[in-house]
Design a protein around this ligand. Structure first.
Ligand code: FAD
Ligand code: FES
Ligand code: FES
Length: 484
């Protein structure tokens, strides 16, 4: 039977849950998955540490059942997810990992190893850490140290006891024997099969909020036309914070996280085409050795939990001066395709960003695709991110550079794009002009560094002082020279 649009369905561990927002007084459409879980008896493993994606205490795993009969597992921060975003998925919490074997409960291998390696240190962080390890276990057999560290970057532990946690990860994920569906997975599969397709448009009007989750792009575009002031949400890693930290009341929301049309990617000889709804982790994998400087900067983007929800379209949509992808995309001469109704238009990323958190998007348009030119012969690209902490931190300054030299090592093309130096990611135009046609040698670069130091008037904030930022930008140019 087709469920009404105001009802969402998902699995909470092994149980099918339906929330009817037209009847619920407890939950509104923007109730976060974290607050929903905390409201339930027996689901207090998940904790709120920061409510902004930074600590990992709220980590849960979202599983998606695929048509080929497999499951995809992703660790995510539940403090940044609105309830309708998990429609059609399985929400796995620390309470759902153990399996019942006759009368006995058997802990999951990651739980056993956390205990045996003395990795369970405090009750606040451990459930989130266990969920990150569970996702790691599901995705990697014998993971390297780098993969383990990456899986744990989003889980902060202030007692500094990472060593036993890493040890537990190594042991639990060593030689995972069976890749067949577990008893729990078979149970979940049966429920998903019985439910049939859960792809439906959701429209909830409750407690002063309108929340739409269209199932098709066509539907989304007509909603955007109808509700031009609605917040568009894809990953929600930016928008959710408006509610959780700034206490804003989000009146109208169009959640496009379920649109398949925004999740595709393709390439031809000249370009890579990325759907705006691809998560940063998916983009990182797709561009791996094709756009190395984008892959590099994405390795330092948030944490795995954040990269699993944050999208490339959302990163463009924020137009943040410290967005990590924008300098790289500008240096690459990437383009953005915008869609409205039946129309499509293409803009260079450079002209798409028009000011502090301002873009050249019309109220009836969506970011549809990003077009990135592939590496051109003889053109060098590099990207750099400088932040107070190496991982899970926002850039103080970032730089993305493009360079082409002729046979005499003279510069024939250069782009020096910086994040964190102005109200939006910007090119150092004067320095570029100085460098054009000059020989790419240390003396020239040292003179260019002086020009660059005076080219921007950055602000002082919690991340860096104005002078610090100018020094960082200047020194990045020398680092680029040395690297090339
Ligand atoms: C803990 C944490 C760490 C972070 N670390 C980094 C980092 O290292 N580097 C960095 O650059 N950013 C970082 N961010 C910021 C954020 O994750 C990114 O900007 C992310 O890419 C936003 O994507 P989203 O899908 O979550 O956006 P959302 O929150 O869904 O949307 C962001 C904005 O884009 C608009 N939008 C989204 N999709 C579309 C679309 N298809 N068409 C039109 N408009 C759209 C929305 O209306 C909104 O204005 C971090 C955030 C958190 C919470
Ligand atoms: S509560 Fe800290 S990441 Fe969610
Ligand atoms: S495990 Fe909680 S502070 Fe270390």
């Amino acid at each position: 039977m087709k469920q009404p649009q105001h009802i969402i369905q998902f699995l909470l561990n092994d149980n099918l849950i339906e929330i009817d927002f037209s009847k619920s007084v407890e939950y509104k459409p923007t109730t976060t998955v974290l607050n929903y879980l905390r409201s339930l008896p027996g689901h207090k493993g998940v904790k709120e540490g920061c409510a902004e994606g930074d600590c990992g205490a709220c980590t849960v795993v979202l599983a998606e059942y695929n048509q080929n009969g497999s499951f995809t597992y992703k660790a995510v921060t539940s403090c940044l997810l609105f309830l309708p975003m998990i429609h059609g998925k399985q929400l796995i919490t620390v309470e759902g990992l153990a399996e019942k074997n006759g009368d006995q409960w058997e802990l999951h291998p990651v739980q056993k190893e956390i205990i045996q390696s003395f990795g369970s240190q405090c009750g606040y962080c451990t459930p989130g850490i266990v969920m990150s390890l569970f996702a790691l276990y599901k995705n990697h057999d014998n993971p390297s140290k780098t993969i383990i560290n990456d899986a744990l970057t989003g889980n902060l532990c202030r007692c500094t006891g990472y060593r036993p946690i890493i040890e537990a990860a190594e042991k639990a994920c060593a030689n995972i024997k069976s890749h067949q569906l577990t008893v729990k997975e078979k149970k979940a599969e049966n429920i998903f099969k019985a439910l049939g397709s859960l792809e439906k448009s959701i429209a909830i009007e409750s407690q002063g909020q309108k929340y739409f989750r269209p199932a098709t792009l066509h539907n989304a575009l007509s909603l955007i036309k109808q509700y031009p002031k609605a917040h568009i949400v894809t990953g929600g890693s930016d928008i959710a914070i408006k509610q959780t930290k700034k206490q804003e009341f989000l009146e109208e929301i169009i959640d496009i996280s379920g649109l398949r049309e925004l999740k595709g990617h393709s390439e031809d000889q000249a370009n890579i085409y990325l759907g705006a709804g691809l998560s940063m982790e998916e983009v990182k994998t797709i561009v791996d050795n094709k756009i190395p400087e984008l892959h590099h900067i994405l390795s330092y983007f948030g944490s795995l939990q954040i990269r699993n929800i944050a999208t490339i379209g959302g990163n463009l949509g924020t137009a943040s001066p410290i967005s990590d992808t924008l300098p790289v995309l500008i240096a690459r001469k990437a383009k953005v395709i915008l869609k409205s109704g039946d129309k499509e238009r293409t803009q260079s990323i450079d002209s798409f960003i028009k000011g502090y958190r301002k873009t050249n998007i019309n109220p009836d348009e969506l970011i549809y695709r990003i077009v990135i030119p592939k590496t051109m012969k003889g053109v060098i690209f590099k990207s750099y991110k400088l932040s107070k902490r190496k991982e899970l931190d926002i850039s103080s300054v970032s730089g993305a550079f493009r360079l082409q030299l002729d046979n005499e090592k003279k510069i024939t093309d250069i782009a020096l794009v910086f994040g964190g130096m102005a109200e939006m990611p910007k090119k150092a135009v004067q320095t570029e002009m100085f460098l054009m046609k000059k020989k790419f040698e240390r003396e020239t670069i040292e003179t260019a560094m002086k020009i660059l130091y005076d080219e921007f008037m950055p602000i002082t904030d919690a991340r860096a002082s104005d002078v610090g930022r100018r020094l960082m930008a200047r020194n990045l140019l020398m680092k680029f020279y040395n690297d090339v």
